[in-house]
Design a protein around this ligand. Structure first.
Ligand SMILES: *[C@@H]1O[C@H](CO)[C@@H](O)[C@H](O)[C@H]1NC(C)=O
Ligand SMILES: *[C@@H]1O[C@H](CO)[C@@H](O)[C@H](O)[C@H]1NC(C)=O
Ligand SMILES: *[C@@H]1O[C@H](CO)[C@@H](O)[C@H](O)[C@H]1NC(C)=O
Length: 412
């Protein structure tokens, strides 16, 4: 049971967050200062004064509990000395280059309760904002769009709510986005997959509605979207990530389609996990195109037919898990890669702990799966540009360096 005080605090927090979100910091309008600044203090620059206002507003008005005392030394004008605050000269090529600025804020594992006030937009020079494992609730303020140098945003493991925070789409430098373990709800905006992000962690939220067809535009090397409830198709456009995607986890998302053969184009992928979904049909032979895959997990779906031998023969494969499906065939070579209980609860002859013959018969008495019926958008790769056609004879070939005589002895 939550105590009455805790209920009140949470209510207060979310009300405060909702109210504050409407106000605007900077952006042409005169912002009301939320905290007073001692007029006798001299700040080295306006940017460090702004940082003072942001951090003090947060501490004085939007942090309700700080059990580990991270903000206890947030006192006075010397913001660069505050715990969790890191200052550095601004990089070359940006306005104010060389000036000292608040470049990083790291309150990871602070267990701090409160919300994110719009004044955080005053920390416009941040390149790194790490707030994981706290109790921040309410909305992500839209004023974070002023953080035009932000490279890493980690808000994971908090109590943030609302729609997917679209403000992250307006951060041109952002590479690393971690929003996992919050309560964001609704759809992922398709624009996310057009952003030049390298890592996307959205697992364990309340995101819904099918994954967009431009999914494969993302240049990310790691995408973790487990434990939401997207439903719909496993996007065939994944095939467009063939040169860049290293790890993808789509566990427990209600995905409801066949496994598109295009996933076999993922020649760099090392971890591919689509377990705990409602995928149907066969495991396509083309999956054997994942030449670097080490962990391949398709457990807890409704896949059928035989596991293609070529998949089990993949040279780097260490763990193929196929349990809780309706597979009827497993080539002997799979013994190398399927853990001893990694094939339980299928319809495999001569294997222990399988489904009952009745369950298998009932499953296979249904009409065969028609993958086209899901109307998932296919992925049609753009053909590579045609080789340039030379108008005349080919240009002369230069003498090959390795065809030259060995260097004189004194150089050896
Ligand atoms: C930070 O702390 C150091 C040493 O404690 C002190 O010398 C310095 O003046 C402080 N900087 C600011 C800006 O307060
Ligand atoms: C593949 O992704 C690129 C962006 O990386 C995009 O421009 C292109 O349209 C995508 N191709 C297809 C066929 O979806
Ligand atoms: C194989 O992977 C599954 C989940 O993907 C995991 O539960 C299991 O422990 C792994 N087994 C081995 C032997 O690595």
């Amino acid at each position: 049971m939550m105590s009455r005080a805790a209920v009140l605090l949470c209510l207060l927090c979310c009300l405060a967050a909702a109210g504050e979100a409407a106000s605007v910091v900077g952006e042409g309008e005169a912002a009301e200062l939320a905290v007073s600044v001692d007029p006798s203090w001299r700040f080295p620059s306006q940017r460090l004064r702004d940082a003072y206002v942001a951090l003090q507003t947060w501490k004085q008005q939007a942090i309700f509990s700080d059990p580990r005392g991270f903000t206890a030394d947030w006192v006075g004008p010397g913001v660069c000395n505050y715990t969790g605050v890191f200052c550095a000269p601004l990089p070359r090529g940006v306005p104010g280059a060389g000036e000292l600025a608040v470049a990083g804020l790291d309150l990871n594992h602070g267990d701090i309760a409160g919300y994110l006030p719009p004044e955080l937009g005053l920390l416009a020079d941040l390149s790194l904002l790490h707030l994981n494992s706290n109790r921040f609730c309410g909305l992500v303020p839209a004023t974070l769009r002023r953080l035009q140098l932000l490279v890493e945003l980690d808000l994971s493991n908090n109590r943030l709510v609302g729609a997917f925070p679209a403000v992250v789409l307006e951060l041109p430098a952002l590479k690393f986005l971690d929003l996992r373990f919050n309560d964001f709800e609704g759809a992922i905006p398709p624009e996310l997959f057009d952003r030049p992000l390298d890592a996307i962690f959205l697992n364990h939220n309340r995101l819904r509605s099918p994954l967009p067809d431009n999914f494969g535009n993302s240049p990310a090397s790691v995408i973790v979207l487990a434990d939401n409830s997207f439903g719909g198709c496993l996007p065939a456009s994944l095939g467009n990530m063939s040169g860049t995607l290293n790890e993808i986890l789509l566990i427990n998302n209600g995905l409801d389609s066949c496994v598109p053969p295009e996933v076999g184009l993922l020649r760099e992928v090392t971890v591919f996990d689509v377990s705990f979904n409602s995928l149907v049909g066969p495991l396509p032979q083309q999956v054997a195109g994942m030449r670097k895959v080490e962990q391949l997990d398709v457990a807890h779906n409704r896949l059928s037919g035989a596991v293609p031998e070529a998949i089990c023969a993949l040279p780097r494969l260490k763990n193929l898990t196929i349990s809780y499906n309706f597979f009827t065939g497993e080539p002997p070579s799979c013994a190398r890669v399927v853990p001893s209980d990694g094939d339980r609860r299928n319809c495999l002859p001569n294997r222990p702990t399988q489904r009952t013959p009745q369950q298998c018969a009932a499953f296979y008495s249904q009409p065969p799966v028609d993958c086209a019926a899901f109307q998932c958008k296919p992925f049609v790769p753009v053909p590579p540009p045609p080789p340039p056609s030379y108008p005349g004879p080919l240009p002369p070939v230069y003498p090959m360096p390795y065809a030259s005589p060995p260097p004189p002895a004194q150089y050896r």
